[in-house]
Design a protein around this ligand. Structure first.
Ligand SMILES: N[C@@H](CCC(=O)N[C@@H](CS)C(=O)NCC(=O)O)C(=O)O
Length: 248
């Protein structure tokens, strides 16, 4: 079995895919792409430009939700989707809301706190690359800054405020929904918890090697993380990583 995950480091949609693979114990290779230059290679591979893309024995699966479903379908045991139809509909509802609305809002709020710190962004994006690649990436970053800002919704302050409100509401809902059993649906870990915890992780910087961004962070990002780490939903995210995320 050959499984290859094409990914970005520290990316929350990518962490959904990494989490599903880890949860099911799927051995895989990871190919980290540089945001920006990744486009042509990912497009050749999958016909679109976003990561994550999983290649499983030659089959190309693009998109974190499709990857979670593919891993669930291929690997028995440790189910992420409940058999019960009502519980399954509830899991699907959480997944839809987080994939379509909360995930993009989290990205905007986090990028707004670091877009003016090119050195830090380049460090995040290019971590683990040869020194010359990192230097070249840093040198071209000022030219790419505008496009990165637009792509992540941070050029319009009204949009940043709207996304902050989406994040507030999502954190309140998660805190409320998990208060009774510790999970979003029923009392077992499901794809709803995996999706919500991974997509909220950039707000919390959970102590897991895949999502714990290097320090020191830009001051605005430090403040954002400190605020959400102490919120009930932020503690829930950290707890999901500690209890349900296998590996480092
Ligand atoms: N709906 C997609 C969203 C994936 C996504 O937003 N990927 C971002 C990284 S977190 C990306 O590849 N952005 C680069 C681009 O759009 O060119 C999924 O669930 O996988």
């Amino acid at each position: 079995m050959a499984v290859v995950l094409h990914q970005f480091r520290y990316s929350h949609y990518n962490d959904k895919a990494r989490w599903a693979l880890a949860w099911k114990g799927v051995r895989h290779e990871r190919v980290s792409h540089l945001p920006g230059p990744h486009g042509p290679a990912i497009e050749r591979l999958s016909g679109q430009r976003q990561t994550p893309v999983l290649v499983w024995d030659g089959e190309v699966i693009a998109g974190s939700g499709r990857i979670v479903d593919a891993v669930e379908a291929r690997v028995a045991g440790r189910p992420l989707l409940p058999a019960d139809a009502v519980a399954r509909a509830a899991v699907d509802g959480w997944r839809r809301e987080f994939d379509d609305t909360v995930g993009p809002a989290v990205r905007t709020v986090v990028f707004a706190a670091m877009i003016d710190h090119g050195g830090y962004l380049c460090r995040l994006f290019a971590e683990g690359r040869p020194v010359l690649t990192r230097a070249a990436y840093r040198a071209i970053f000022p030219l790419a800054r505008g496009r990165i800002a637009r792509a992540n919704g941070v050029t319009d302050p009204d949009n940043v405020r709207r996304c902050a409100a989406v994040v507030e509401a999502a954190m309140a809902r998660v805190a409320d929904a998990t208060a009774a059993t510790g999970q979003l649906v029923g009392d077992a870990f499901t794809a709803a918890d995996l999706t919500a915890a991974a997509l909220l992780a950039p707000l919390v910087n959970p102590p897991h090697a895949d999502m714990n961004r290097p320090r020191p962070m830009p001051p605005a990002l430090d403040e954002l993380v400190a605020r959400w780490q102490s919120h009930a939903a932020g503690r829930w995210v950290a707890d999901q990583y500690a209890r349900h995320r296998p590996g480092g």
